[in-house]
Design a protein around this ligand. Structure first.
Ligand SMILES: Cc1ncc(COP(=O)(O)O)c(C=O)c1O
Length: 465
C-alpha cells in the first residue's frame, strides 16, 4: 500500500476531498438506514452490527481508506443517537451546526496543538482573542477578564475548585442538591472536603439554607451555584446568592455550562443576571452553543486569577523564548497536547453574529415553551413546570415511576425517541431537553403522541405495540 497522504500542507486538501466525499455519503447512507432518532433494537441489535463493521479491528492487510471510511462511518451513523433528529432530546447533547463541524475539520487537518506557540502560531492568537471576547461577555465591567478553553463543564468546574483552593487553601464547597455531579467529583479529585449539599426544594438553591450554612461553616468557603441545572434547566437566584457570599466573605463559582449562552440573547439574558459577580464561571458551547464536543470555557474576572496554573516545561516554554516574546501557553490548561477548539467557536460567532446566535437561542427557548403549552393542554399528561431555558419535564398523569421508566426505555429500544429522565419532587419525570432549532410543532406532537400511546398501552396492561 502506498504511504497514505497527509491532511495538511498544500497537498492535503486534494487528498481530503475524495475522502470527505466518501465520509459524507456514508453519513447520509447510515442516517438513511437508521431512519429515526436512534437505531431500533437496543444493544442486542446495535452492538453486533457495529462489531461486524469493525472486525477484524487490526487486519493483517488494510482495506484502504474508502472502504474503511465507508464501512465504519456508515455503521456509526446507522447506530447513532442523532441529536439532529427532533425526537432525540434527552440530554444537553447538542446537534452541532454544519458550519462548526466544517470548521472542526480544518482544526483536524492542521492539527495545531495549543501547548506551545511553535505548534500553534495563529491558533494561539485566535484562541487568545476568542477567550478574551467570551470572558468580556461574562464580565463586561472588568478591565482584564480572561477565560480558558476546556473539554467541557466537568473540566471547567474542576479548574474552578482548583483555583479557589490555590487562592484560599482547602476550601469547603457548598452546593445545592441541584448541582452537577462534577462538583462533588472535583472536590474529591482535589483532596478537598466533600461539598456540603444544601436543599433545593423548588429546583433551585434554598437561600435560607445557604445563609445558615455560610454562618455556621468554617472559612474558606466556596459556593457553587448553577445557571441551568442538568435535571430541570432552572437557574439558581444568582444575584441573591452573590449577595450572601459577599455578606459572609465566601467566594462564588457559577456553573453556567447550560445557561451561560443566554447572555447572547437580549430577550433572555436577564435570567443570568448576577453571573458577573462570580469568581469563576463555567460555560459550555457544546450545549446551548451548537458546537461539536468539546467547547467548554472557564472564565475569571481577572487574568491574574489564572496565574496559579502557570507551568514550565523547557521543551515547550523555555524562559528565553518567553522573554523573546513567544507566548507561553502551558498555563492555559492542565492538559499538554490540546485541540484548537477555539476555531469552530470563532467561525460560529463570526458566521452568525450576535443576532444569529440570539435567534437560535430565542427560537429554542420558544420551542420548549410550545412543548410545555402542548403538555399543559393534554389531560393525560402532567407538566412539571414552565421551562426556564429549554428543558421540559412531564409524565403521564396516572403513571407510576416504573411505568415512566418503562416508557422511556421502550421508546429507546424501539428507536422511536430519546427522552431523558429526572427525579424531582419525589417522582420520576420524562425529560425533553430541546436544543434542536429545527424542531417543529409537528415533531412535538409526534413526541407526545408516542408517550401517550405507550402510557395508555402500559397502564391498560396490554402489550405495547
Ligand atoms: C450544569 C452542568 N454542569 C456541568 C456539566 C458537565 O459538562 P460536560 O459534560 O461538558 O463535562 C453538565 C453536563 O450536562 C451540566 O449539565
Amino acid at each position: 500500500m502506498p504511504t497514505p497522504p497527509l491532511a495538511g500542507s498544500t497537498t492535503g486538501p486534494a487528498a481530503l476531498r475524495p475522502l470527505i466525499d466518501t465520509v459524507l455519503t456514508a453519513l447520509h447512507d447510515g442516517a438513511h438506514r437508521r431512519d429515526g432518532p436512534l437505531p431500533a433494537g437496543g444493544p442486542d441489535a446495535v452492538t453486533p452490527r457495529m462489531r461486524t463493521a469493525t472486525h477484524p479491528v487490526i487486519p493483517d492487510h488494510g482495506t484502504g481508506p474508502h472502504d474503511a471510511l465507508r464501512t465504519l462511518v456508515s455503521a456509526l451513523a446507522e447506530g447513532a443517537a442523532d441529536p439532529a433528529d427532533p425526537l432525540c432530546a434527552a440530554h444537553l447533547h447538542t446537534p452541532p451546526l454544519a458550519l462548526a463541524a466544517a470548521a472542526d475539520l480544518a482544526a483536524c487537518a492542521l492539527n495545531p496543538s495549543m501547548d506551545s506557540w511553535d505548534q500553534a502560531p495563529a491558533a494561539s492568537a485566535l484562541e487568545a482573542d476568542i477567550t478574551a471576547a467570551l470572558a468580556t461577555e461574562i464580565y463586561p465591567h472588568q478591565p482584564s477578564p480572561d477565560a480558558l478553553v476546556t473539554t467541557g463543564g466537568t473540566e471547567a468546574n474542576q479548574l474552578a475548585l482548583l483555583l479557589a483552593r490555590e487562592r484560599n487553601g482547602p476550601v469547603q464547597t457548598i452546593c445545592a442538591a441541584n448541582a452537577h455531579h462534577s462538583i462533588t467529583r472535583a472536590a474529591w479529585l482535589l483532596g478537598l472536603p466533600a461539598p456540603l449539599v444544601i436543599p433545593a426544594p423548588t429546583g433551585v438553591m434554598d437561600l435560607a439554607a445557604l445563609d445558615e450554612a455560610l454562618t455556621e461553616l468554617h472559612r474558606p468557603l466556596l459556593v457553587t451555584a448553577t445557571a441551568g441545572t442538568t435535571d430541570t434547566g432552572q437557574i439558581d437566584p444568582l444575584a441573591d446568592i452573590a449577595d450572601l457570599c459577599t455578606t459572609h466573605g465566601a467566594e462564588l463559582h457559577i456553573d453556567a455550562a447550560y445557561g451561560g449562552p443566554l447572555l447572547f440573547s437580549p430577550t433572555h439574558r436577564g435570567k443570568v443576571h448576577g453571573l458577573d459577580r462570580a469568581h469563576s464561571v463555567t460555560l459550555d458551547l457544546h450545549k446551548l452553543g451548537w458546537q461539536p464536543a468539546s467547547a467548554g470555557i472557564l472564565a475569571t474576572p481577572d487574568r491574574t486569577h489564572l496565574d496559579a496554573l502557570h507551568h514550565r516545561a523547557s521543551y515547550l516554554s523555555a524562559d528565553d523564548d518567553t522573554e523573546a516574546g513567544l507566548p507561553d501557553l502551558l498555563g492555559r490548561s492542565l492538559r499538554t497536547t490540546r485541540r484548537p477548539d477555539a476555531l469552530k467557536i470563532a467561525v460560529t460567532l463570526k458566521a452568525l453574529g450576535r443576532t444569529g446566535l440570539a435567534d437560535l437561542i430565542d427560537h429554542t427557548v420558544a420551542t420548549a415553551h410550545h412543548l410545555a403549552d402542548l403538555i399543559a393542554k393534554t389531560p393525560t399528561l402532567d407538566l412539571y413546570d414552565r421551562p426556564t431555558i429549554s428543558t421540559v419535564l412531564f409524565r403521564p398523569t396516572d403513571a407510576d415511576d416504573n411505568t415512566v421508566a418503562t416508557i422511556r426505555r421502550t421508546l429507546l429500544i424501539r428507536g422511536h425517541a430519546v427522552l431523558g429522565r429526572a427525579h424531582t419532587n419525589n417522582r420520576l419525570w420524562l425529560k425533553a431537553t430541546l436544543l434542536n432549532p429545527h424542531t417543529t410543532p409537528d415533531d412535538l406532537n409526534t413526541l407526545l403522541d408516542l408517550v401517550n400511546h405507550l402510557a395508555h398501552d402500559l397502564t391498560e396492561g396490554s402489550t405495547p405495540r
